[in-house]
Design a protein around this ligand. Structure first.
Ligand code: ZN
Length: 187
């Protein structure tokens, strides 16, 4: 429980012109501290433990796709949420991982202060390192509150990022198959 955050939230409330002692705000500092702890729990996530014991050796050689993985993160520039979907695929080279581990991996990297670009790369590179697959593809589409609520106030814009490693980057047919299955508008 990050108790040190509470007085800081109280200061923020005062600085924006609020009265931290009014009824509705009395417990806000503790709520914000708890929420922040939850939203940044990924810093404590043990990536190795997520995969622990979930590797299997199988002759399966086609593309594995887990799409529409909902995630919630916070942009490191404004500490405002960005949320969206991740589509993750790989072509195994003997080793596969339990399918449920992939959303957990996305969650572990999302629950930090992030850049969408870095989140995309971290997911792809971790799968590449752990599975030594023939290739990995990750596409993330997200809406950033820092874009929809402030600044340009572009309510509908969707940021799309991708990371294509191994045969996903080098083989146009693989890339095509992945984009057809998981790309924006492809589902
Ligand atoms: Zn931002």
């Amino acid at each position: 429980m990050p108790l040190n955050i509470e007085p800081l939230v109280e200061t923020i409330l005062k600085e924006i012109g609020e009265d931290p002692s009014r009824e509705g705000l009395k417990r806000t500092p503790v709520r914000v501290a708890r929420a922040l702890e939850e939203l940044t729990a990924g810093y404590k996530a043990d990536i190795d433990a997520i995969f622990n014991g979930a590797f299997f050796t199988v002759p399966y050689r086609e593309m594995v796709v887990v799409k529409d993985i909902a995630f919630h993160s916070m942009c490191e520039h404004h500490m405002l949420p960005f949320t969206g979907k991740a589509h993750v695929a790989y072509i195994p080279d003997h080793t596969i991982v339990g399918l449920s581990k992939i959303p957990r991996l996305v969650d572990a990297f999302a629950r930090r202060l992030q850049l969408q670009e870095r989140l995309t790369i971290q997911i792809a590179e971790t799968l590449e390192r752990k599975l030594k697959p023939k290739g990995v593809g990750v596409i993330i589409e997200a809406r950033h509150m820092c874009m929809t609520m402030r600044g340009a106030k572009n309510e509908t814009s969707l940021a799309v990022t991708s990371s294509l490693l191994g045969c996903f980057g080098s083989d146009p047919k693989v890339r095509q198959e992945f984009l057809a299955l998981a790309g924006p508008g492809g589902h």
